[in-house]
Write a protein that binds this ligand. Structure first.
Ligand code: AKB
Length: 310
């Protein structure tokens, strides 16, 4: 049976730091083993684990009798362009270790988030389907596309229940994201709440798909629990709750903070954002595992502000 012991890699990151308490609430605290390359002394369960060290991954999976893995350890798009070698090592070698150890130790389920980063400049811009032209131009995108293929390969070849979904930009307030291109959204809301102005690193009309963290957590759980017989896809579900531009976010924030000001000075991240689509077709996630986002653009902004003010 799955979900007896759940390993979360990258547990200290933007998603992991919220997924761990979420899964602990659903399945029980002692069923969840959070792990990260940096230790966390505030959580006694926390395991210091470098996913690129296969022996340590093998040991952790065996020792804790892991049957389910949420493999979140990854280097994001902007950081990946600063250090492509690290992105390759963590996102590919790390995943390879997780998949190999999973086969060896008969892990039942491995969930690995993919990203809109797998798309590229040749991909159509709006309502992009799952199967489309995917020629990413970042190391992050290349590694995430390979991760989707590896998951499918391990399923077809070894019967591993590998699943994944393409996250859009994730908006959250608990843990800052680590070097993504969509991070402007979080930074802008945070500066507005602090009563400061913000200098945005993307052009004001850069439209990207987005999602609020509670919906992202719900997606991960729904995908993990999805009935196998309903799945026509495995590792590459498109998901997105809404699309927005930096200018739309600025205008929405001005409803709360009328004197809030944003200047736009695009940097190297603009090229990354320009290679990604503006909206996704998430219908497969709806029909195969009942994807149902609760937060639209306005509800996300409102809830972010309320929580940041606290
Ligand atoms: C990033 O900007 O790199 C991530 C992503 C869209 O995968 N947030």
């Amino acid at each position: 049976m799955t979900f007896e012991k759940i390993l979360v890699t990258g547990a200290g990151g933007q998603i992991g730091s919220e997924l761990v308490p979420f899964l602990s609430d659903v399945f029980g605290r002692d069923r969840v083993i959070p792990s990260d390359i940096r230790s966390n002394s505030a959580d006694s369960r926390f395991l210091k684990l470098d996913v690129t060290d296969r022996a340590s991954v093998d040991l952790a999976i065996d020792k804790y009798k892991i049957d389910t893995i949420f493999h979140l350890a990854a280097v994001l798009s902007a950081n990946g362009e600063k250090n492509p070698e690290l992105a390759y090592k963590v996102n590919i070698s790390g995943l390879y270790d997780i998949l190999e150890s999973s086969i060896k130790s008969r892990v039942k389920l491995v969930i690995t988030p993919s990203s809109i980063g797998i798309f590229g400049p040749d991909t159509p811009k709006e309502n992009v389907p799952i199967e489309t032209i995917a020629r990413p131009v970042t190391m992050y995108g290349i590694t995430k596309l390979m991760a989707e293929h590896l998951g499918n390969y391990y399923h077809a070849r070894f019967g591993l229940n590998a699943r994944g979904l393409r996250f859009p930009g994730l908006i959250s307030y608990k843990t800052p994201p680590g070097g993504g291109t969509t991070d402007y959204s979080i930074e802008m809301i945070m500066e507005a709440v602090k009563g400061k102005s913000y200098q945005c690193f993307l052009r004001e009309d850069t439209r990207l798909p987005m999602m609020y963290m509670p919906d992202a957590l719900d997606c991960l759980l729904r995908l993990a629990e999805a009935d196998e017989t309903r799945l026509k896809h495995r590792t590459d579900f498109n998901v997105s709750s809404f699309s927005m531009t930096p200018k739309q976010l600025e205008m929405e924030l001005r409803n709360y903070y009328p004197s809030f000001e944003v200047t736009y000075r695009p940097d190297f991240r603009q090229k990354i954002a320009d290679s990604w689509p503006g909206s996704l077709d998430a219908s497969a996630a709806v029909s195969e595992w009942d994807f149902h986002p609760n937060y639209d653009f306005k509800a996300t902004t409102k809830d972010m502000i309320a929580n940041l003010k606290r």
